[in-house]
Each structure stands twice: as C-alpha cells, then as structure tokens.
Design a protein. Structure first.
Length: 178
C-alpha cells in the first residue's frame, strides 16, 4: 500500500462531510456522527467498487482521460459522477496507479529518438579563418561598426547576401552588450 493510501482516513473525511452538510454547526454534526444506535461504519470509496468496476474505470480512463462525464456515461452509468470523481482521486493513491505511471514513463522514454548533436563552434561567424591584418572578403569591406580595414578576426554580421562583417573588438562588444 502506498503512503498516500495509508494516510487516507475515511473517518475524518466522513466527519468533515457531515460537518459541511450541517452548515458547520458542530452540535448538530456531532449528534449526526454519533447517533443513538451506535457508531457509524464508514466505507472508503475504494471499498465500494468491485474489481470489475475498477477495471472498467481504468479502461475508461485510458480511453477518455479525465473526462469524467464520458467515463461515467459510456462505462459506469450506474455510478454517480460524484462517485467516479471521488474514486479517481482515491485511485491515484494506489500502488496500481503508481505502477501504471511508471510503465507509461518507460514507454514514453522508449519512444524518444537518439539525435546526433555536432560539437558547438565557439566562433560561429568567423570568416575564412582570417588572421591579423587580413581582409578575407573579396570586396575588402571594413568593419560595419568602426570601419577599421584590419582585424585579428572577422565575424559575419547581418544577412549573408550583404556580406557584412564585424572586427574582433566590435564583435566582442556586440556579444556583451547586444
């Protein structure tokens, strides 16, 4: 039994439900909780459902998800909507739910595809591996920002068809301050 199911106290839930039904009047709620005929035996919503009903519920949940109206309408019409919803939240505390959740996680993980990610180039816009003082482009264009004709490294900047470039110092400034 899971910890959540073990912590479920149906007697406490019943007492709170009775208190709510009596508009939070403690005197009338207590007299209703302990009638003259003896204590009231409270049953958990999990105990109210047969194994076949539980299987139908799980099948419906697989088909409709948390659309409880459709779950009730197509699979469990003899149960009230309140009972279906209460059962759902009780069912989520069971070991069976935890096991199904693990199985679904494993299935989802197995569907993931392996994708090759190439190494990241630290200098993404380097033009032709230009070295100090070189002007790698055929046009010999200067830096678009400071108009210097020489740089230790040139970086592509802007649309490719314009062949704009930035020198090393302007590129560093652009990367730092945008």
């Amino acid at each position: 039994m899971s910890a959540a199911a073990a912590s479920r106290d149906i007697t406490l839930f019943h007492a709170m439900d009775i208190l709510h039904k009596h508009n939070y009047d403690i005197t009338s709620a207590i007299s209703s909780l302990v009638p003259s005929g003896g204590p009231v035996l409270c049953r958990d919503e999990m105990e109210e459902w047969s194994a076949s009903e539980a299987n139908l519920f799980e099948e419906a949940l697989e088909k409709y998800g948390k659309d409880f109206i459709d779950v009730r309408q197509d699979f469990l019409p003899w149960k009230s909507l309140k009972n279906v919803i209460e059962y759902y939240y009780m069912w989520k505390t069971t070991d069976r739910y935890v096991q199904q959740k693990r199985v679904k996680a494993v299935e989802a993980e197995s569907k993931l595809k392996q994708v090759y990610i190439p190494n990241y180039n630290n200098k993404p816009g380097v033009l032709n591996g230009a070295s100090a003082g070189e002007s790698p482009s055929a046009s010999g264009r200067p830096c678009e920002s400071c108009y210097t004709p020489t740089s230790s490294q040139w970086y592509a900047f802007g649309p490719a068809h314009l062949q704009c470039r930035l020198c090393q110092s302007c590129w560093n400034y652009f990367k730092r301050f945008g």
